[in-house]
Structure formats: structure tokens, C-alpha cells
Design a protein around this ligand. Sequence first.
Ligand SMILES: [Ca+2]
Length: 384
Amino acid sequence: MRGVLVGLAAFAVAVTGCGRIGFDDRTIGDATGGAWYAASQYRKSLTIGAGHVRGDLASFPVAVIAAGDAELVAHARADGGDLVFTASDGVTRLPYEIDSFAAGGALCAWVKLPAVAAAADTTFYLYYGDPNAMSEADAATTWSEYRAVWHMSETPTVDTVARDSTANHNDGAFQGMMMATDQVGGLVHGALDLDGVDDFLAVPSTSSLGFGNGATDTALTIDAWVLMRNASAFKVVAKGPAPPPLEYYFRTGDQTDDLLLMRVYDATGNYLGRRYSVGLTPLTDRWTHLAATYDGSGAAAGIALYVNGERVDDQDASSGTYVAMSPTASVLDLGRYQSGGNFTKGKLDEIRIGAGARSPAWIHASYANVSDPTFVAIGAEERR
Ligand SMILES: [Ca+2]
């Protein structure tokens, strides 16, 4: 597949929403035989080259992002209801979510791959071209390892909430009189642009976003694509009231600085934290991937922070004799920490909270998948 990767580069399209990866549409070949999915008339192979992945991954949700594609326009249904993803055998359907399929063939989809190998290429398929297909998209199964996934594709005043794609329905209500114009082009389809004055999203209290019972913690991972207009006190996620005790937050700024920080709190206000002592201001106004993991061990060493796929935390930021997080019955905020005037200025896209502390290889792959147009190589169209 290396040859295809090189060839694709010449077809790359500038970033606009879904439009990053150029399809290689120079060759329309007939299938060479083998298994074929249902009544679909066309397919394209999708390949993650081994060189893109630092360690084996299980149940990895990969973004398939394609620019306008004439073959999809010509042969897939306009509503995208016949788009189906399968494993390398060509027939085993994989769980997938279509975030968007726009006129002109721009596609943003998420596919849960059972395994991505570090030592060998991972191949799967996109099928289309079945006029009678019933959509088999299944967001809940695609994101079953997650507690919440916000694609930020919704429009304030038009849609009622920023929808969570998991089965938990942890939808975020728009706050601060957000306007339709706050729905903007993101890195993966749409994003939300917060004004730094009063905009944020409020997710109702739920046990699905809690990771402690007062005695012990369970592990979690938070990751997000952000475009910071102000890297000081840029809130990604905060659960719990202010002042503490709260449950956890992931943000820049102990107060108003630009240092990345994750903390987990117990019921009496003791906390564990890790911080990155180099300010993020140089990353202002560019899309940046931020991630935090906590292994549930009750020790600060169990927290790790990542910027653009690389681990960066270099200081403990803890206080007191921490026990464990306790449920607070508080909302979870995206883009705000619950103290006055503490609002995020910039864009939020693809925020996810999951159970379990993901590996460094997983975090890096999550970053590379979206930032590197060659991460998923899209093959030529094959005809049944
Ligand atoms: Ca998005």
C-alpha cells in the first residue's frame, strides 16, 4: 500500500471540515474475486500502515475522513444510508457512525476496528452502492468503550443540544446564548466556537461520568481537539462545583496561566494532579490534541498528560492525603470551570471521555489519525 500512499499525496485537498484526504480515483478496477458484502456494488479498501501505529490497539475507533469524492457521489446514495464498513475479510460488518456525508462526497465516519497492528498493515473496507440498503450505522456500539463522545457537529438555536454519540446520552446543553454562527468548521466536520465570555456546554449529572465511589477510583481517559484563542485558563472538561470539592477537571491554568493540568478531587478537597510546566501559548490559534489519562491508582503518578500525541506532564500538582473521587451530583461542563468568569475562548471539537487509561500508543494514534492525512489510505474503487 505504500505506493498508494505516495500517490494519494498528490490528490490531497486543503483542510475544510471533512476535506483532507484525496481519494485516488485514477483507477476504477473490477474486483479480483473473494467475498463481497451483501448487495453493495462498490467498495474501497482502507489501510492503516503499520508505520503509523506505535503499539497494538484493540477496539480502536478510527476516523475515515475523505474530501469530495466523485465516485461516492456517482455510486453511493445521497443520504449515505448504504455506506457500510467491513473487516479485512470483506464481509464482517464493523460498528460505525457516519458523522457526516455531504453533497460532493465529503465523508466523516468513525469505525471501531477490533485490532490495529503495529507490526503489519491493517486493512478494512468501505462498501456502497446498494439502492435498497437499510442503514446499518450504529453509533452506540461504535463508542461502547466510551462514556461520552461529542462530535460538536450541532448548531445552537437550530439543534437543542450537542449530542453525545454513546448510548449514555450525555448531551451538552448550549449555554450563554450561543448562536448558530458558533457552529464552525472543525478538524473533523463541525466544531463549536466559544466566546470566552459566557459560552459553554452543560451536561446533566450522571453516574456514567463518575469514576470514584468515595473509597476507590476507576480509570479514565479524556481527549479533545481544541483551537485555543487564549491558552490561559482554557477549560476542556470540569465535573463538579466550584469551589472544590469537585470530581475532576482537565484544563490549562491553575488560575490564569497556560500550563496544562489534570486533577481529581476527593470529598474533602484533597487532590491528585499532574501538570505540564511549559506554557501552551505557542499553540494558540492552531488545532491541538490534548489528552489526559488516570489509572485509578490513587497516586499522582497514575496521571499522564499528552499534547499532540506525546506525553508531556513533568510536575505533580497534588495537595493533601487524597482518598478517592466521590459522586457530586454536579453537571459536567465543557468549556467552563464552575467559578465566575472562568470561560474558554476558542474551538472545541471531538471531546471524548472513556473508561480505562489508554496507552501512549492509543493516544498517539488518536492524534495521528486526524492530523495526518495519510493515516488511513483510501484505495481505488472496486466494482462487484
Ligand atoms: Ca466534529
